[in-house]
Design a protein around this ligand. Structure first.
Ligand code: ZN
Length: 376
């Protein structure tokens, strides 16, 4: 029997091969460049149609979020379109924490990832399609440290300035799947929800805030190891040009409502985080967040408010984080949307767990909630 082969030298790939014997591999996740974060994995397996393989990813207790592994299932695809789950177990005691994936591929190639990948190639498809859509203005608002374009699209004619931006943390690919759903809705000429939103609002959208981390296969940082969602207070050209460009554009347009889209490693649910810790917060200001959250909870069973982050004490909000920064700087409702890597415990799906398809539907649901919020 020949050994299986494992590759990750492609767009958003990440794995180190420690050893391979027959159909069993010992693997480890590479750190983000210039950073200690590691959690995202994405690799290709070849050479074993019809035979069960065992993939052991080691040293998981020292990843960024070890609580992300118990109760988690790795995603697998053989056609790179449909992503399902592979049988996965976790042993915190074995080799520094070992995630074991067992899978029998039907064909000679199978891809495994932390969550369904959203490649930079797919990103360029999304941007080109948007740019070609009726009523959409495209702008390249910056350049990343790896020399990639930072892409922004604008649509709508209304006075309410709505900002949607995603993937500051590149391994949170849920966020760009959400964007794909939101953009498909907003650019659909026959969609009455989109028509009404475009009449009331101007949308400013950055579907991927961190192209370098995305292509490099990072979890959380850009090309120089900066966690962009901690850089909003004073973003610099050599550390966070992505944030600097977005903030400059926000200053130009103004912001009346902002949503920053993410994924959360440990919590098996969809939830929002707000800005309760910012200085000089008023009841009226935080009341806007609470009202949007309540509307979204009523509109979709995929969203809930029981599970989430602990509330930040008054005045302790970190203004380096975009939600706090934007809420404080513009005095508007702003929020961080979190989607799971684990299954959604309120609405489980044994075949896929939380999936790109669900992210896209949630994108539309969040827009529907926005229309109700604005109309209320
Ligand atoms: Zn995040």
């Amino acid at each position: 029997m020949t050994d299986i082969q494992i590759d990750a030298a492609f767009d958003s790939g990440n794995i180190e091969v420690l050893s391979v014997v027959g159909s069993t591999a010992r693997l480890a996740i590479r750190q983000d460049h210039h950073s200690e974060f590691r959690q995202w994995f994405h690799f290709r397996l070849s050479g074993q149609a019809g035979q069960e393989v065992e993939l052991n990813i080691e040293q998981m207790e020292s990843t960024a979020y070890p609580r992300g592994w118990p109760g988690y299932n790795a995603r697998v695809s053989e056609d790179r379109e449909y992503w399902g789950v592979a049988a996965t177990s976790y042993d915190a005691k074995e080799n520094g924490g070992t995630l074991t994936i067992r899978y029998t591929p039907a064909s000679d190639i199978a891809y495994f990832a932390y969550f369904a990948p959203y490649s930079m190639e797919r990103h360029h498809d999304l941007i080109a399609e948007c740019a070609a859509s009726q009523g959409v203005t495209y702008q390249r608002i910056g350049t990343t440290l790896d020399g990639q374009p930072l892409d922004y699209v604008r649509l709508g004619e209304g006075e309410t300035q709505v900002w949607l931006y995603a993937r500051q943390h590149p391994g949170e690919t849920q966020a760009e799947w959400w964007m794909e759903g939101a953009l498909e809705c907003l650019t659909d000429e026959s969609d009455t929800l989109a028509r009404e939103l475009r009449r009331r609002c101007t949308f400013h959208i950055v579907p991927n805030c961190n192209p370098d981390g995305s292509r490099r296969g990072h979890l959380r940082t850009n090309a120089v190891g900066a966690n962009l969602n901690r850089e909003w207070l004073d973003p610099s050209d050599d550390r966070a040009p992505e944030v600097k460009a977005i903030l400059a554009k926000m200053d130009e347009t103004g912001v009346h409502f902002a949503m920053d889209v993410h994924g959360d490693e440990a919590i098996p649910a969809v939830f929002l985080a707000g800005y309760e810790g910012i200085p000089d917060l008023t009841e009226e200001h935080i009341g806007q967040f609470n009202r949007y959250e309540a509307i979204l909870e009523r509109r979709t069973p995929d969203f809930q408010t029981r599970l989430g982050y602990p509330k930040t004490p008054a005045g302790k909000g970190n203004l380096g984080m975009s939600t706090n920064h934007v809420a404080h700087r513009y005095g508007c409702p702003a929020m961080t949307l979190e989607m799971p890597y684990k299954d959604n415990q309120d609405a489980p799906d044994a075949e896929q767990n939380w999936s790109p398809e669900r992210c896209k539907i949630l994108g539309r649901d969040c827009l529907a909630a926005l229309l109700e919020f604005l109309a209320g």
